[in-house]
Design a protein around this ligand. Structure first.
Ligand code: AMP
Ligand code: MG
Length: 444
């Protein structure tokens, strides 16, 4: 057992003594099935980088079952990396330690930052060697989700023209995530995704593989593969080694989420058509609202980060701030954090240090000051810590050497990114030039 998330376990009403037992290690490594659990691998399809694959499914994940948490919410408990399933195709169904550490750290940090996400309950090592480009230590990751229903789950049954199963799936999704009918589910998913992507972007998060099989109906962030938080801002920033065309770059995420919503509407079309005789036009109208919904959420979040009211002048100042950051290669998080300090005590020195050319920064600053920014608003929108990629990478490399202290330290620090303890303030610093990690690799 490398790490257990005790706080989350409590929320899930998992017995604390049992967590420390030998049986728990057996269950979280997939060696034993807990009493009452009836594991399944789920089928789904997916558009991978735009190309439809009619059958993907849980190839390295397995759903152990569901629990009702302290808040009365139904949550999935799933293992990642416990071995082959019916959907493994040529894969080994396993997971290397690195991707398990990355998913634990980043998903828990994303949660602490307030963004809807699947959670991390445990990481265990298996003692096995997993063969990737090189032999690596194996691990099993335990993921908690509001559900594992994806856009691709609907696409799976739609592609087979299995309308009976599609209808069952709709009823299940509605009973689990609210809504009334197929149109309700579509509109709700569009709203959730628009809000989610705006939230990601406001923190500099790049998901990396927004394929329809990695797009959750619940609106949670799911599948932390080659994801990363940006250091230096650029709208076309990409980390994923496999995303050569920049399909899932920071600034393209809304467009790609909208594209995914169009695929959801297509999959639901047989059911939408039963509900509404203008189903096509209505679905198109719902999808075309995505841009506006996203823009509203994004402007609200960015305005808060700048400490200004979301009024008529906000959008142009937001655009100018992004342009300024890109031109001057500013660190995204530090731009907002030092600006918050500036709003607090008035000294622009540490903010100005982020710029090569202080004259354009000063020009922007004058416009910003005219809008009477409020430091209190900014504190709540600008975290002190984000899970920086080079730090995640260090935890992974140390982990492969059998040293988990970096992993534990980061996991502890990122539980509170808003008001971290003094001992964690060093984590605020961006990478030095030789520490920068520009590429991430998915877990496959
Ligand atoms: P992902 O990159 O996690 O979105 O995975 C895409 C698809 O590949 C999913 O169907 C996974 O289950 C499958 N997959 C990824 N890695 C493996 C593996 N090591 N063994 C079997 N299937 C895998
Ligand atoms: Mg996936």
């Amino acid at each position: 057992m490398v790490r257990i998330n005790h706080e989350l376990a409590q929320e899930l009403r998992i017995d604390a003594d049992w967590l420390n037992s030998a049986e728990a290690v057996q269950v979280f490594s997939g060696n034993e099935v807990a009493a009452g659990s009836d594991p399944i691998a789920q089928a789904y399809a997916g558009h991978q980088f735009g190309h439809f694959v009619p059958q993907l499914g849980d190839g390295r994940a397995i759903l152990l079952g569901e629990v009702i948490d302290l808040h009365g919410q139904r949550r999935d408990i799933a293992l990642k990396g416990s071995g082959r399933t019916a959907f493994s195709r040529g894969g080994d169904g396993k997971c290397a330690l690195g991707p398990a550490i990355r998913e634990y750290l980043v998903s828990e940090a994303v949660h602490a930052l307030g963004v809807p996400t699947t959670r991390a309950l445990a990481v265990v090592t298996t003692g096995e060697i997993v063969r990737r480009d090189e032999p690596l230590a194996g691990a099993v990751f335990t993921r908690i989700a509001a559900s594992h229903l994806r856009v691709g789950t609907f696409a799976y049954f739609a592609a087979r023209e299995d309308h009976h199963s599609l209808r069952s799936l709709l009823h299940y999704a509605v009973s689990r995530h609210g809504g009334t009918d197929a149109f309700g589910l579509l509109r709700q998913t569009i709203q959730r995704q628009a809000s989610l992507i705006a939230h990601w972007m406001s923190l500099g998060f790049i998901h990396g593989v927004m394929n329809t099989d990695n797009c959750s109906i619940s609106g949670e962030t799911i599948d932390f593969g080659p994801c990363a938080f940006m250091d230096t801002f650029h709208p076309s920033c990409v980390f994923s080694a496999i995303d050569r065309g920049g399909r899932y770059a920071w600034a393209r995420q809304p467009e790609m989420a909208q594209w995914n919503m169009a695929r959801l509407a297509e999959s639901l079309m047989p059911l939408l058509a039963e509900e509404n005789e203008n189903a096509h036009a209505e679905a198109e109208a719902a999808i075309s609202e995505f841009g506006g919904l996203f823009q509203q959420c994004f402007t609200e979040r960015l305005a808060a980060k700048l400490g200004i009211l979301n009024d008529a002048s906000a959008p142009s100042l937001i655009t100018e701030s992004l342009r300024l950051m890109a031109q001057q290669h500013c660190d995204f998080s530090l731009f907002f954090l030092t600006l918050t300090d500036l709003a607090d005590h008035g000294d622009p020195a540490s903010w100005l240090k982020l710029f090569h050319d202080p004259s354009s920064a000063n020009e922007w600053l004058a416009k910003w000051r005219e809008l009477h920014p409020q430091a209190a608003l900014m504190r709540k929108a600008n975290p002190v810590l984000i899970p920086r990629n080079h730090q995640v990478e260090r935890a992974i490399q140390d982990g492969y050497r059998g040293n988990f202290s970096t992993f534990h330290r980061l996991a502890d620090a990122w539980r509170n990114p808003w008001t971290p303890a003094a001992e964690y303030l060093d984590l605020c610093a961006p990478p030095t030039p030789d520490e920068v990690v520009r590429q991430t690799f998915c877990g496959t």
